[in-house]
Design a protein around this ligand. Structure first.
Ligand SMILES: [Zn+2]
Ligand SMILES: [Zn+2]
Length: 247
């Protein structure tokens, strides 16, 4: 579907704002002209904080404090399997939005997320030479119950913005895992052992970008990055919509 067709559809099925969830008008008046409305109310956009400034050189988490540090506490201690991570929003400013995106069927938010990602990180991502976007897979049964995998929905919208293909067929989640919220870091790593499987032995990529919604301890991304390294991928980056701040 091209952008114009999409806008016509927006007129009949208005899209909802990823912050307040009210309708965003398909048309808006600006400087005496009618033009296509955005993905988000302008006043709502102001409430969202982007990840800028001093960030961890490994996971991309914003660093607090005035003293210059290269890595966050976590990355100084743990050896991660990925090379570098990037995120778009500060988690606390988009927590409600991501919740609705994940659990309440608001897949349309992905268009805003993807366009915001391109504006913030498009240039940086294009310099990395990424060959494929790989959304973190969901266990098949779980995806069937929920109706969609939010990481894949975000990755597909992003693919259109960045012109990088999405590959959902190269890694599978072969085990259902316990909800991570209830586990500590060690428990999370154990929980994920052998949870993912590279599908087929024809992974020809040298450089990939793993896509997920939220970065917490990075254990899921580490596990996937590890599998891809074993399969011969040389550079593994990740991109998440949201990340918290170190203390
Ligand atoms: Zn709004
Ligand atoms: Zn870090």
């Amino acid at each position: 579907m091209n952008k114009e067709t999409k806008r016509v559809l927006d007129f009949f099925f208005p899209r909802r704002c990823p912050v307040c969830d009210d309708i965003v008008p398909a048309l808006e008046f600006k400087d005496g002209k009618i033009r296509a409305g955005g993905y988000i109310h302008r006043r709502c956009h102001r409430q969202i904080e982007y990840i800028r400034g001093n960030t961890c050189a490994r996971c991309g988490k914003p660093l607090s404090g005035d003293i210059y540090r290269e890595y966050c506490d976590d990355c100084s201690r743990v050896r991660h399997s990925f090379d570098l991570g990037m995120s778009v929003f500060r988690y606390r400013t988009v927590a409600g939005s991501i919740y609705k995106f994940k659990y309440m069927g608001r897949r349309e938010y992905a268009d805003f997320y993807a366009s915001a990602t391109r504006r913030l990180l498009g240039e940086k991502i294009s310099r990395l030479g990424i060959e494929a976007l790989i959304p973190v897979p969901m266990y098949e049964e779980k995806e069937r119950l929920r109706g969609y995998n939010q990481a894949a929905v975000y990755a597909r919208a992003l693919s259109k913005e960045l012109n990088i293909p999405v590959r959902e067929d190269v890694i599978r989640r072969v085990r259902n895992t316990a909800p991570m919220k209830e586990l500590d870091a060690a428990g999370r790593r154990n929980n994920l052992k052998k949870a993912f499987n590279i599908a087929g032995n024809d992974v020809k990529f040298k450089c990939i970008l793993i896509i997920d919604d939220i970065y917490t301890t990075g254990s899921t991304i580490d596990e996937i990055a590890h599998e891809f390294r074993v399969a011969g991928v040389e550079r593994v980056y990740f991109l998440t919509l949201a990340i918290g701040q170190t203390t």
